[in-house]
Structures are given as C-alpha cells and as structure tokens.
Design a protein around this ligand. Structure first.
Ligand SMILES: NC(=O)c1ccc[n+]([C@@H]2O[C@H](COP(=O)([O-])OP(=O)(O)OC[C@H]3O[C@@H](n4cnc5c(N)ncnc54)[C@H](OP(=O)(O)O)[C@@H]3O)[C@@H](O)[C@H]2O)c1
Length: 296
C-alpha cells in the first residue's frame, strides 16, 4: 500500500517507517518539508505522493508549552488534522490519526481504566486541542481510525525514560523527585507502530485505545526502567502538588484497549515486558548517547 507518514521524524513516525517499510511503499514527511497547518503544503505533498493511506503522527506534543503557545497548539493539533482529513475527503484515501489519553480528566479512581466511550473532559490546552482534532477528523471522515495512546517512549527523540536516564547518570546520589500520584500506561512507540501495521487491513474505524497493558506512576516507571538499565539513582517519590507544571495532568489516564481486545486485534503486552525488550535492544546505545550528552 502507498502510505504517507506525516511527522516521520518524531518518535512514532520513526518507528512506523521501521515497521512498515518492508511491506509497503512509504513516503515519510516531516516539518518543514510539510506543514500540516498549510492547506497548500498538505495538498502539494498528497498530489506528489498520491497515498492510499495517511498516518498522521505530527502534533504539537509539548504539553506545558501548549498552555502558553495556544495558537500553535490549536493550529497543529486541530486545524492540521482538519486540513489532512479534508484533503483526503476531496482526493480519496484513508486516515489513521493519533490522539491522546489527555482527553480525559483523570477523575476515575485508580486503577479504573478509561474506555473508548467514556466521557471526555480534557484539563489542559494540549488535551483540548487534541480532542478538537479527533472530533474534526471524525466529522470530516467518519471511516477514519483514531488511536489514543499515552506516555510514549522510543529510542529516538526526547521522552520521559531518556530524561530519567540523564538525571540518574548526571548524579546518582542526588534526590531527584518524581511524580508518584499520576497513573498511566507507558507505551513503546515501536509497539504502537506494530499495532498500526495490524490495523492497516482490518475492517475497523473510529476511536481505539492503544496503550501497553497494565499501569504505573511516573516514579514506578522510572525506577523499573533504571533497574533494568543497571543504573543507580537516588530518586524519591513526590506528589503532583510538589512538582507544579504549567499544564494540569490527569491523575488517572489508564486506558483499556477495549475495542481492540473485543475484536482480537491487540498486539500490546505489559508495559514491563516492553521496557525489558526496549532495554535489551537499546541499552548500550542509550548509555552511550546520554553520557555523550552529559559530556563524559
Ligand atoms: N509523546 C507522548 O507521550 C504522547 C502521548 C500521547 C499521545 N501522543 C500522540 O502521539 C503522536 C505521536 O507522538 P510523538 O511522541 O511521536 O511526537 P513527536 O516525537 O513530538 O513528533 C511529532 C512530529 O510532528 C512534527 N510537527 C510538529 N508540527 C508540525 C507541523 N506543523 N507540520 C508537520 N509536522 C509537524 C514534529 O516536527 P518538529 O520536531 O520539527 O516540531 C515532530 O517530528 C502525536 O499525535 C501525539 O499527540 C504522544
């Protein structure tokens, strides 16, 4: 299949290329070669690539920055998906669009998971702009697939696990505090790319939750990862109140992959199994890159 991957230099985009390139004809594009907030830019790329499927991995993902850069957040996360969906509606093809656990407010008691048909109520500008993107895509293209994922990490691009590694390697005796009262499902972008591969020919549409099985707090995830990496640290647990950020984040954003499970389509495993495999594959590379970043 001819597939256009937009946001191809990001975490998920990079893993989608790796997973899909053997069996599909991939055109990878990213900013500034494409700007999804520009209709002309999207139409030009689509005219050249003539894709049967677009996977939109592009987004403004800096959750705190979305609070201050609202216009950009809404342009990229809501208007961009509108332009992509309208281009497909006019020219043909299908769309897989990526959304987020942050469309929920997190008021469910932990560990009760959010299901696809639970009420949404985002509490950040990132969540509101991504929810608007979901709605616009489905209004424009009712057959589109929307995958809500969460807490993504990968070997490339900045992410929480890499930040934890950098902190621990910078000073193993320093008591860095990590939030222990927000719960979610750490998800490897490679596994999500595998899920996307599985969905390409599946007769499904609409919103689907796509995260690892199980859940943890940020602190628990950091400790598990560093133990697997064999890296010492003196991290301590703290509360959300101890670690104020520009954007509010849900206390509970655990998702249940209900639609995938019901159809027997899920490729997800526990978050711990995926961290184990991730560390097995990338441990040396991660240590080398992080030490180089720290100047040692
Ligand atoms: N990361 C997470 O923890 C997380 C959690 C839940 C959901 N998601 C969703 O999962 C998807 C993939 O996330 P990710 O972590 O792979 O994101 P990412 O690494 O931040 O990559 C996003 C890509 O989009 C590009 N981009 C930004 N503005 C653009 C524009 N106007 N036109 C074209 N491309 C543009 C970025 O380019 P530049 O680098 O040049 O800006 C970047 O390459 C997103 O939809 C995100 O909202 C992510």
């Amino acid at each position: 299949m001819k597939i256009l991957i937009i946001g191809s230099g990001g975490q998920l985009g990079t893993d989608c290329i790796g997973v899909l390139q053997d069996n599909h004809r991939i055109t990878p594009v990213d900013f500034p070669e494409i700007d999804i907030t520009s209709r002309r830019s999207v139409e030009n790329i689509c005219k050249t690539a003539d894709p049967e499927l677009i996977i939109n991995c592009a987004a403004f993902t800096a959750v705190d920055a979305c609070e201050t850069e609202r216009e950009t957040a809404w342009k990229v996360n809501a208007e961009g998906p509108r332009i992509i969906a309208e281009t497909i509606k006019d020219g043909g093809g299908s769309l897989i669009h990526i959304s987020t656990d942050y469309v929920f407010d997190g008021s469910k008691p932990v560990p009760e998971p959010y299901r696809e048909n639970d009420s949404v109520n985002p509490i950040s500008e990132y969540g509101r702009s991504k929810l608007a993107g979901e709605k616009i895509v489905l209004e424009t293209l009712p057959d589109a697939i929307i995958l809500r994922t969460a807490w993504l990490y990968s070997a490339h691009g900045p992410n929480f696990l890499k930040t934890m590694l950098r902190l621990a390697l910078s000073d193993s005796t320093r008591r860095f505090t990590i939030v222990d009262d927000q719960f979610g499902s750490l998800t490897w972008s490679y596994r999500l790319a595998r899920q996307i591969e599985r969905l390409i020919d599946a007769p499904v549409k609409g919103i689907m939750h796509t995260t690892s099985e199980g859940y943890s707090s940020w602190f628990q995830a950091a400790c598990y990862f560093l133990e697997k990496m064999g890296v010492e640290h003196s991290f301590a647990a703290c509360t959300t109140a101890d670690y104020p950020t520009a954007a509010s984040r849900p206390k509970n954003s655990i998702l249940e992959n209900g639609v995938l499970d019901a159809q027997g389509l899920s490729v997800f495993r526990s978050w711990q199994e995926d961290v184990d495999e991730f560390v097995g594959r990338y441990k040396d590379q991660l240590l080398r890159e992080t030490r180089a970043l720290l100047g040692g």
